[in-house]
Ligand binder design. Structure first.
Ligand code: GLP
Length: 244
């Protein structure tokens, strides 16, 4: 890398370094090692603090990965995940990945105010709470917590202890198919627990999806929160103009 590439511009210095690094990353294979902070600082004629700031952002954005005690490497490309009203299992298959699931919890709880409002039930009514780690090609993608009415879906926790796909169980056992949904996306830092489950650092940027789905008669089916690694996935929504 030549110092000529790091020119004086009005943008912050670290950003110039970051742009320069991004250009370099594009020409490298995933898994290639990135020079150390010290080497980059010398090459780019800047301070290690400036280089570090650029590297930290590139790691948070998923372009680079840091391995403790080893170094910094070019990351695998992000997965593109279209937003459709399909199951994780179907979506993974449509993207050419094999979905797998680790059940973290399957329990009956009492609905609090938020869950009761989402599921159209009374506060205190029984709810199935299912927490799962979702993987695509064995890479941990999301921690997903689903809430469904236990009165409407009796023995659901038992089924979910044996089966991978919630939507397959809903269809086969209860003849329920979600046909409409509202999906929200927000960002949040990973807690220590999510970070451990998703193999990342606490505080890493996450994309948090909230899905509230309804069946054909407009009855609520599920209220789900899914924490995705922000550095692993790009969500894509297809938009159409309401004027056409
Ligand atoms: C996605 C949705 C969830 C839904 C799940 C069902 O992850 N965000 O709301 O519950 O798919 O997936 P599966 O049928 O694979 O369990």
């Amino acid at each position: 890398m030549s110092s000529a590439a790091v020119q004086a511009t009005r943008e912050p210095k670290y950003y110039t370094v970051k742009r320069h690094l991004m250009q370099n990353i594009e020409s490298l294979e995933p898994g290639s090692a990135v020079p150390t902070e010290r080497v980059l600082a010398a090459d780019l004629n800047t301070s290690r603090t400036t280089v570090r700031q650029a590297l930290v952002e590139l790691v948070a954005e998923g372009r680079l990965v840091r391995r403790q005690g080893s170094g910094t490497y070019v990351a695998e490309p992000k997965m593109t995940w279209p937003l459709h009203l399909t199951s994780f299992t179907e979506q993974a298959a449509a993207n050419g990945f094999t979905a797998s699931t680790q059940l973290l919890a399957a329990e009956r709880i009492k609905a609090d105010q938020i869950v009761a409002a989402r599921l159209g039930i009374e506060v205190g009514e029984p709810v199935c709470r299912i927490e799962r780690l979702r993987l695509a090609d064995d890479r941990p993608m999301a921690v997903e917590t689903s809430h469904l009415s236990a009165t409407r879906f009796p023995r659901l926790t038992r089924h979910m202890k044996k089966e991978q796909s919630l939507y397959a169980v809903l269809d086969r056992v209860y003849s329920v198919v979600p046909v409409s949904a509202e999906e929200s996306i927000a960002t949040a830092p990973a807690s220590t627990r999510e970070a451990r489950l998703l193999n990342t650092d606490a505080g890493a940027p996450m994309l948090v999806l909230g899905r509230h789905s309804l069946d054909e008669s407009g009855q609520p089916v599920e209220w789900v929160t899914s924490w995705y690694r922000g550095d692993r996935v790009t969500f894509v929504a297809r938009l159409s103009s309401p004027r056409r």
